[in-house]
Design a protein around this ligand. Structure first.
Ligand SMILES: [Fe+2]
Length: 251
């Protein structure tokens, strides 16, 4: 499996705090059935500021260390970028990066609301051939309470990533129900762990896919896994979910 959203790099944000914690996370990822992760340190959120250069350096060091220890995990470079005023300027200045050098960028909203102008920012990114991926929309209060708003952003070209612990039920039944609804409505295109710490916020991607398989069927699991594979190869992401296919047959 491929995990497109993780905080595995040490000392950059509220994820792994040390090399030992990164190694513990890496071992856990492998046990969970993951062979590739994208490291996505926070930028411009929770007081963390990370540059592309820093992330690339830390990822290279961690990959070397994993190699030495015989841990079969590849760490690719990414970033979780909070919406902020100078985002486009910093992108142009080379401070920001996309996921694994592709045309896809992981974008985080504040937890309470969708920032004003997010639609315009997404439009500007699309003009630069960058497709925004909204990180964990199920954890944003405004999107969680108004799926139509998420649907409008997706119809305008954005993609969205659900958190495995939300859909597995680990964060409560209410969040699981909402997550499954987003899946069924075709509002999310990826599932990722957002792992921060082996104990407090672990790799549980397999558990997320298990729940999706049981609740919605294996076709959904295949759909999300294929999209993660397509992403790391810079391929086009399928927006036609199994639910949409079923609806077409029904009509
Ligand atoms: Fe994250």
């Amino acid at each position: 499996m491929i995990d497109i959203h993780t905080h595995i790099l040490p000392g950059l944000d509220d994820g792994a705090g040390s090399l030992d914690e990164s190694i513990a996370l890496a071992e856990q990822a492998v046990q969970n059935g993951i062979h590739t992760v994208i490291a996505t340190p926070h930028h411009h959120a929770r007081g963390y500021y990370t540059s592309y250069e820093q992330i690339e350096l830390e990822a290279a060091k961690l990959n070397d260390e994993l190699d030495k220890r015989g841990i079969a995990l590849e760490v690719l470079v990414g970033q979780e970028v909070r919406v902020y005023d100078e985002l486009l300027q910093d992108l142009e200045g080379g401070l920001l990066t996309t996921l694994a050098s592709t045309q896809y960028m992981l974008i985080e909203f504040p937890s309470a609301n969708v920032p004003k102008g997010a639609d315009e920012l997404f439009h500007e990114l699309r003009l630069l051939d960058i497709t925004p991926i909204i990180a964990h929309p199920e954890r944003n209060r405004e999107l969680a309470g108004n799926l139509r708003l998420l649907s409008e952003l997706v119809e305008a070209g954005a993609l969205a990533q659900l958190t495995s612990s939300s859909v597995s039920g680990n964060m409560g039944r209410k969040l699981q129900k909402l997550s499954l609804e987003m899946c069924k409505k075709g509002l999310v295109h990826f599932i990722a762990s957002d792992a921060h710490h082996a104990v407090k916020r672990p790799f549980d991607l397999a558990q997320g896919y298990d729940a999706v398989g049981k609740q919605l069927g294996q076709a959904f699991v295949d759909y999300y896994q294929l999209n993660a594979q397509r992403l790391v190869r810079s391929g086009p992401i399928s927006r036609e979910t199994p639910a949409a296919k079923r609806r077409l047959i029904f009509w």
